[in-house]
Design a protein around this ligand. Structure first.
Ligand code: SF4
Length: 259
C-alpha cells in the first residue's frame, strides 16, 4: 500500500496510523499526548493533519487515523499550521513552564497570546497520558476528576491512593512535567504518598519501590524467570544482557538456568 505525504509517495502497511508512516520517514508531526509505548490517545490534537481521501477533505488526528491506499496527507497545510499555532498558544497558557511546549512554540514560530494571562501554577494539559499509563499497569490509582473548568487529574478524594505503588510512570510519561515526584534520602514521594526506595543489586543506586517490584513479580507470575534480574536498575539489566550476549550465552538460556 502507498500513501502520499506532502506530495511524496511512501510505503505503508495495513493497520498503520498516519503518524507511524510519517515518523518512520522522518516527517515531522508534533505531539504531546503520544507515546510509542501507549499510542492512540488522540487527546492533545496537535498531530492533526489534512487528509484527502475519496474526494473528501478531512482534518484528523494522525496518531489514530489508519492509512488507506492512495490517501493524500498534508502535515503542514495552511489550515493545519493555523490550528497548530492556536493549540500551542493555548497549551502555553495552560502549562507556561513546560520546556516541551516552549520548544514547540519556537519550532513552529508561535507568538504567545498577549491578551490572556497564564496561571503560573498551572502545569497539566489534561491529556490523560498519566491515567492511561497507570491503567496499563493495572494499578488505576489516578483518574480524571470533576468536570468543566474544575477538571483535573488526581487520586480519589484527593487522598494518597492506596493502590499507588510509587512506580513513577505517570510522572515520567507526563509531557509537561506536571506530576511532582521527589526523591530524597532513599525515599520517593508522589501523589502525597512516600515510598521507601530499593537499591539496585549491581550498582547500588536507588531505582524502584518494593511495592513496584512486588507488582511486577505478581504480574509476571510463573514467567518471572530470574528473580535477581528484577532487582536491577534498567542500566544494570541492559549491561548484564549485553555482557551475556558478548560471552555467547543466549538470554533464554540464562533465564532458564535460574529457574
Ligand atoms: S506512581 Fe502511582 S499513580 Fe503514578 S503510575 Fe505508578 S501507581 Fe499509578
Amino acid at each position: 500500500m502507498q500513501i502520499i505525504i506532502n506530495g511524496k509517495t511512501y510505503a505503508a502497511n495495513p493497520g498503520e496510523k498516519i503518524l507511524d508512516v510519517a515518523r518512520r520517514n522522518g516527517i515531522e508531526i508534533p505531539t504531546l499526548c503520544h507515546s510509542e509505548a501507549l499510542p492512540g490517545l488522540a487527546s492533545c490534537r496537535l498531530c492533526m493533519v489534512e487528509v484527502h481521501e475519496n474526494g473528501r477533505t478531512q482534518y484528523v488526528a494522525s496518531c489514530t487515523y489508519p492509512v488507506a491506499d492512495g490517501m493524500e496527507v498534508f502535515t503542514n497545510s495552511e489550515m493545519i499550521a493555523a490550528r497548530r499555532k492556536i493549540l500551542l498558544a493555548l497549551y502555553n497558557l495552560i502549562a507556561p513552564d513546560s520546556a516541551r511546549i516552549k520548544g514547540l512554540l519556537a519550532r513552529y514560530h508561535v507568538e504567545p497570546f498577549d491578551r490572556l494571562e497564564a496561571d503560573p501554577d498551572s502545569k497539566c494539559i489534561l491529556c490523560g497520558l498519566c491515567v492511561k499509563a497507570c491503567e496499563e499497569l493495572g494499578t488505576n490509582a489516578i483518574s480524571t476528576l470533576n468536570r468543566g473548568t474544575k477538571k483535573k487529574i488526581g487520586t480519589a478524594f484527593n487522598e494518597p491512593a492506596a493502590d499507588c505503588i510509587g512506580c513513577g510512570s505517570c510522572a515520567i510519561i507526563c509531557p509537561t512535567q506536571a506530576i511532582e515526584m521527589t526523591e530524597a534520602e532513599g525515599n520517593r514521594t508522589i501523589w502525597e504518598k512516600t515510598f521507601e526506595l530499593l537499591r539496585c543489586r549491581d550498582c547500588g543506586e536507588y531505582f524502584t519501590t518494593p511495592e513496584s517490584l512486588e507488582h511486577v513479580r505478581k504480574k509476571l507470575g510463573e514467567t518471572v524467570g530470574n528473580i535477581e534480574e528484577l532487582q536491577l536498575c534498567n542500566y544494570c539489566k541492559t549491561k548484564r544482557a549485553a555482557t551475556r550476549l558478548k560471552d555467547g550465552l543466549h538470554l533464554d538460556e540464562y533465564l532458564d538456568s535460574d529457574k
